[in-house]
Design a protein around this ligand. Structure first.
Ligand code: ZN
Ligand code: ZN
Length: 257
């Protein structure tokens, strides 16, 4: 896939040292997308068609709800509900049919465990589940993040200053590190690929070790004997640990100044 290269947001995300640069980029993209969703684009037929088809996941329902635009949110959900209704009805009917076939199967089939009948019922359930798993916002955010990751590869390839910044990005979270490794496999080669994996390995080892120490001290601070000792870097280490292992989820929002 070809991406438009815009290096400035990626550079900016790496200049702040507090948060995972990719989580910070994602946070910004998400805020903009949620805002846009309930803004003017709600009325655009193109967006409406896509909302009707995909809907929103639980996380993005919460973010849309927090925007406090009940009418805009309800209008989108109403047309999505209508479309979902017509998609789901035959699915639940198929499930009922499969259950009936299961129950009415000849005794010989039942004794054999009735694998086909159960499989048809589970398949119907799976198709219903699948319908509830799509999210327009998740998809759009993912596309944007793939573009940023591609830009990051381009910067790593062409800009030595960026390479140094990357090697010092101790805030980088583990899931985003893994995502970048996948990207690197396709976009870097030879010595650069080796260096990239080395930089990532070193920064992960250093930052995980530091975090482990900080979090341990955080727990020890609850001991009254340590009450008056300094916190060091341990404040916020619980939040930093969760965010490091699972992408940003708790604590101070990764907003870039
Ligand atoms: Zn991250
Ligand atoms: Zn979503």
């Amino acid at each position: 896939m070809k991406y438009h290269i815009d290096t400035i947001p990626v550079w900016d995300a790496f200049k702040q040292k507090k948060h995972c640069p990719l989580c910070a980029l994602k946070y910004k993209v998400e805020l903009t997308d949620v805002d846009r969703c309930l803004g003017g684009s709600v009325m655009e037929p193109d967006t409406r068609i896509r909302v009707n088809e995909k809907g929103f996941c639980a996380r993005h329902q919460v973010l849309l709800y927090n925007q406090r635009n009940r009418l805009g949110h309800a209008l989108m959900m109403h047309t999505h509900l209508k479309q979902s209704h017509s998609t789901l009805t035959p699915m639940f009917e198929a499930a009922e049919k499969a259950a009936k076939a299961c129950a009415n199967a000849p005794i010989t089939k039942k004794l054999m465990g009735n694998k086909d009948g159960k499989a048809a019922l589970k398949d119907a359930a799976q198709r219903i589940l699948h319908h509830t798993e799509s999210c327009l916002l998740c998809e759009s955010i993912e596309e944007n993040m793939a573009r940023y990751a591609y830009t990051l590869m381009h910067l790593y390839k062409t800009d030595t200053a960026f390479r140094s910044a990357f090697a010092e990005a101790d805030g980088l979270c583990v899931p985003d590190g893994a995502m970048l490794l996948k990207m690197a496999a396709d976009h870097l080669s030879g010595e650069l690929l080796t260096q990239f994996a080395h930089d990532l390995n070193v920064l992960m080892e250093r930052s995980l070790t530091k975090l482990e120490g900080d979090l341990e001290w955080f727990t020890l601070k609850f001991d009254y004997r340590n009450q008056d000792k300094p916190w060091g870097d341990s404040k916020g280490s619980l939040e930093r640990t969760a965010n490091k292992l699972r992408t940003y989820c708790i604590g101070e929002e990764p907003i870039q100044e």
